[in-house]
Ligand binder design. Structure first.
Ligand SMILES: Nc1ncnc2c1ncn2[C@@H]1O[C@H](COP(=O)(O)OP(=O)(O)OP(=O)(O)O)[C@@H](O)[C@H]1O
Ligand SMILES: [Mg+2]
Length: 226
């Protein structure tokens, strides 16, 4: 399933997320609604524990909502099976996780190519090298994550999210491990990419100056959109 460009890339309608923990019910997201257009950049800000990562996980279909509807390019994803979900992810979504999730025994370039199918790995090998080069890592492509600094690992994680030219990028604190200067450089790379390829970006960040560089800011507070 490859989706054509239509109105909303992501649409949350009355989405709730709850966890039962013992006899306590934890309401993480409380009936939230928002949408992100196909060429729009949106940042999500809010205090720790307000539900930002949860939104990313739901949009990626990596977490199941308790209630409500979530659409990716008009396709309802809340009731899809894992096979269909992973296909939608592979074809449409690039994710940068808060804790990069690089595979420890794969080199930088192998991590970038990780989620691709065998023939794509071959086709995109040069592109992966170029991307890593753009990110200042051409001298590090054969290093293992343990041989990279935190900031370098983060850049590998971002390259991995972009290699498949996704229509939607979900980035959870992608600059969290970078200093001010490098955060700005990464942010520019991400925004340049999204503008150039008309991609939508959902960026979770604590940094208000980075958040303000997006078209729109969604403020989360205790599971509600402020
Ligand atoms: N599996 C779970 N079971 C119970 N509670 C959970 C679970 N996962 C997350 N939560 C709770 O959901 C709330 C929101 O978590 P989330 O990770 O979305 O916050 P966040 O806004 O990303 O925070 P941070 O800025 O610290 O990354 C937190 O209070 C967390 O404890
Ligand atoms: Mg988080």
């Amino acid at each position: 399933m490859v989706f054509e460009e239509m109105s909303a890339a992501i649409e949350f309608s009355n989405v709730s997320l709850e966890y039962g923990l013992g006899n306590e019910l934890i309401k993480v997201l409380k009936c939230i609604s928002f949408s992100v257009n196909s060429d729009e950049t949106v940042s999500i800000v809010g205090p720790s524990g307000s539900g930002k990562t949860s939104i990313i996980m739901l949009a990626a279909g990596l977490e199941k909502s308790t209630d409500g509807s979530i659409k990716i390019y008009d396709q309802e994803i809340t009731n899809l099976k894992e096979n269909d979900l992973s296909q939608i992810r592979r074809q449409n979504i690039g994710i940068v996780f808060q804790s990069f999730y690089l595979i420890p025994n794969l080199t930088a370039i192998e991590n970038v190519l990780l989620s691709l199918e065998a023939n794509q790995k071959y086709d995109l090998d040069n592109e992966a090298k170029e991307l890593l080069g753009e990110f200042g890592l051409s001298h590090r492509i054969n290093h293992l994550p343990s041989e990279l600094s935190g900031g370098e690992q983060q850049r590998v994680a971002i390259a991995r999210a972009l290699i498949n030219k996704p229509k939607i990028i979900l980035a959870d604190e992608p600059t969290g491990n970078l200093d001010g200067e490098n955060s700005k450089i990464m942010m520019k790379l991400l925004l340049d990419y999204t503008k150039k390829s008309k991609t939508s970006l959902v960026l979770v960040t604590h940094d208000t100056s980075l958040a303000q560089r997006c078209d729109r800011i969604i403020e989360l507070n205790d599971g509600n959109i402020a």
